[in-house]
Write a protein that binds this ligand. Structure first.
Ligand code: F6P
Length: 319
């Protein structure tokens, strides 16, 4: 293999730049030319492709976002779009592709792989929701962003004796809210994977209040309900002062944590190694602290075992 392409796709995540840097420099180390594909799959279709050298990825390891930009391409979902993408890859003589992104991005990688084009996926999303890996790049940084906010909100919640509902991102996954809830000592956590009724939340606040507790943090995953509805119910039923904070896209930005930079660097180098060893249609991952790779075209069920454990622990600690 003489030429490799790299792109980032879907929602950006802190640490993507560290992964790009690792892919580019590993390629150069192995004497392989590397091409950056800008704006994700859309840029691939449109031919937004440029050769990268050692210097092109200098001074980015500490930066959030992605220097290759990102997009969610509707065109690439079509047969015609995929055909155009392959034409571009052939035109540039790119023989293998590294894709950094989440679930949606891997669907694209699967399509290209099924059409005989060698792709390797690197999991990068703050949601930590990709089956086949315990960790996705960006999760640690996003979690620390959430925790910083939770700690600050707790200060004011205490001063004003209020109930705060804090909403974390995660699409259909609850990892971010769950980990933040546990790390931030939230009184209740609502995530899509585990059914918790608003009544349970209200009863818990009531019990706490009877013991003299005057403030609470309810950590809500965006896929588990509406923050304003919950706050309204608490106000109506308990007559407590409530406030809502939706953390939104602050969770996607910021300088990546050391952990994200290290994992991203290792994923990046591993992805190049796989392509050099003739592997294709694989996703790199971290499982039980081991770096592993899986068939991208396979179907994985992300186990909820850890989620249940963390949820139960958090309930136990926040009685
Ligand atoms: O997948 C990452 C993520 O930040 C999700 O947590 C969130 O639901 C979604 O992307 C938001 O997407 P957008 O940036 O397109 O609004």
């Amino acid at each position: 293999m003489k030429r490799i392409g790299i792109l980032t796709s879907g929602g950006d995540a802190p640490g993507m730049n560290a992964a790009i840097r690792a892919v580019v420099r590993s390629c150069i180390y192995h004497d392989i030319e590397v091409f950056g594909i800008y704006y994700g799959y859309q840029g691939l279709i449109d031919g937004e492709i440029k050769q990268l050298d050692i210097g092109s990825v200098g001074d980015i390891i500490q930066k959030g976002g992605t220097m290759l930009f990102s997009s969610r391409s509707e065109d690439f979902k079509t047969e015609e779009g995929q055909q155009k993408a392959i034409e571009q890859l052939n035109h540039y003589g790119i023989e293998g592709l590294v894709i950094i992104g989440g679930d949606g991005s891997f669907k694209g990688a699967k399509k290209l792989t099924e059409k005989g084009y060698p792709c390797i996926g690197i999991p990068g999303t703050i949601d930590n929701d990709i089956a086949g890996t315990d960790y996705t790049i960006g999760f640690d940084t996003a979690l620390n962003t959430v925790i910083e906010a939770v700690d600050k909100i707790r200060d004011t919640a205490t001063s004003h004796e209020r109930i705060y509902v804090i909403e974390a991102m995660g699409r259909d996954a609850g990892d971010l809210a769950l980990w933040a809830g546990l790390a931030g000592g939230a009184e209740s956590i609502l995530i899509p994977e585990i059914k918790t009724s608003y009544d349970d939340v209200i009863q818990k606040i009531k019990r706490g209040h009877e013991r003299g507790k005057r403030h609470s943090i309810i950590m809500l995953a965006e896929g588990a309900g509406n923050a304003y509805d919950i706050a309204e119910r608490i106000k109506d039923e308990l007559n407590f002062s409530t406030r809502v904070t939706i953390l939104g896209h602050t969770q996607r930005g910021g300088s990546p944590s050391a952990y994200d930079r290290v994992i991203a660097s290792r994923f990046g180098a591993y992805a190049v190694e796989l392509l050099l060893n003739g592997k294709q249609g694989r996703m790199v991952g971290l499982e039980n602290n081991q770096f592993v790779d899986y068939d991208l075209t396979g179907n994985f069920d992300k186990s909820n075992k850890e989620i249940e454990e963390l949820y139960n622990l958090s309930s136990q600690l926040s009685i």
